[in-house]
Design a protein around this ligand. Structure first.
Ligand SMILES: [Zn+2]
Length: 357
């Protein structure tokens, strides 16, 4: 594969969908401010220089049916028309919901297409609302349509795309994506997340997939306040061998940045060094396995002052540039017992999934 270059697709800044909550509800952090401030940061710091930058086009509503039930798709449409209402846990309608959700879906699909056609090696879609909590028939967790699942299904229709790995780095377990592909042997889903966030009790490492999909669902449930070093260990000990054994044609990244220590919605303790490492690991794997490339779709990341620099770090890693020195890279207290416990978890994950490698 000799495709080079990077595409960057962003949500039109005029989309206004927001959850109907004043602070301090956590839902109030998922607004267009995330896109506006991240875009401004990336633009002002020259990160987008040399990239093919474009605005997301609106997807057709029917494309959501590639993954979702007609019930879910029509409910989002109708409730958006009404302008308010409850669609699922932490997922409320607003008058601009449908337009925003279809732009997010359009940007996600476009990023995957560009990589599958080998127009570009890597693509990043800065879009919202996020998608990885939306399952076949349920909107939840600020998500309505599962952007990465629809984008994945879209490009899987090509003859030269037989396997895709979805690497979910969001602080939260991507229950929707896991469910959608749980019995699908052509999709490997790997999620590194804070285990048992808000007591949901999902995302355990024993959930390994079903039927022919057994061993293709890999959950890496780390403890609350996990630091860079635990992510580093999970990436090297599990993610790399899992990718090498599955040999995907493309990696799709559910790019949530809410594991950052300054994030108001996640409780992890990582900084931009981890995001650089993930970007670099993806590029190195693409290169080593001769893959087409990777597409990244924004999920969480709710501190608008940190989102831009976190994305920047991952993009620099992805382009094989050295780690940028960013303000968030400060030394923080080390908790040796927590790191030890995470190592035990990582070992258990490996014991559980490696027989399927
Ligand atoms: Zn999240």
């Amino acid at each position: 594969m000799t495709t080079h270059g990077m595409a960057f697709i962003y949500q039109p800044l005029s989309d206004t969908h927001a959850q109907p909550f004043p602070k301090p509800n956590i839902e109030a952090f998922e607004t267009q401010l995330r896109i506006q401030m991240a875009y401004k940061y990336l633009d002002e710091n020259g990160v987008l220089k040399g990239m093919k930058v474009s605005k997301a086009n609106r997807a057709k509503l029917d494309t959501a049916l590639l993954v979702h039930s007609p019930y879910l798709v029509h409910t989002v449409e109708i409730m958006s028309g009404l302008g308010s209402g409850f669609l699922g846990e932490s997922s409320f309608a607003s008058p601009d919901l449908l337009r925003s959700a279809l732009h997010a879906l359009g940007g996600a699909i476009e990023s995957a297409k560009l990589v599958s056609e080998e127009t570009t090696r890597h693509a990043f879609a800065l879009v919202r609302p996020p998608g990885h909590h939306a399952s076949t028939s349920n909107s939840m967790g600020l998500c309505y349509f599962n952007n990465i699942a629809v984008a994945t299904r879209t490009v899987m229709a090509r003859d030269d795309v037989n396997r895709i790995t979805i690497l979910d780095i969001d602080n939260h377990f991507g229950n929707g994506t896991a469910e959608i592909f749980y019995a699908d042997p052509s999709i490997q889903y790997i999620s590194i997340h804070e285990y048992n966030y808000e007591g949901f009790g999902i995302g355990h490492f024993d959930e390994i997939g079903h039927g022919e999909g057994k061993g293709k669902n890999i959950n890496i449930p780390l403890l609350e306040t996990s630091p860079n070093v635990s992510y580093d260990s999970a990436l090297k000990q599990i993610v790399t061998p899992a990718l090498e054994s599955f040999k995907p044609d493309i990696i799709g990244v559910s790019a949530g940045f809410d594991a950052h220590y300054a994030d108001p919605v996640g409780n992890m303790d990582v900084d931009s060094r981890t995001y650089w490492l993930i970007g670099n690991l993806v590029e190195k794997t693409v290169s080593a396995l001769g893959m087409k490339g990777s597409f990244w779709i924004l999920e969480g990341g709710y501190n608008p002052f940190m989102l831009g620099s976190s994305i920047r770090a991952s993009l620099e890693g992805l382009q094989n540039r050295k780690l940028p020195q960013l303000d968030d890279q400060v030394n923080r207290e080390k908790h040796e017992m927590l790191i030890e416990s995470n190592e035990e978890i990582i070992e258990k994950v490996l014991e559980t999934v490696s027989p399927y490698f």
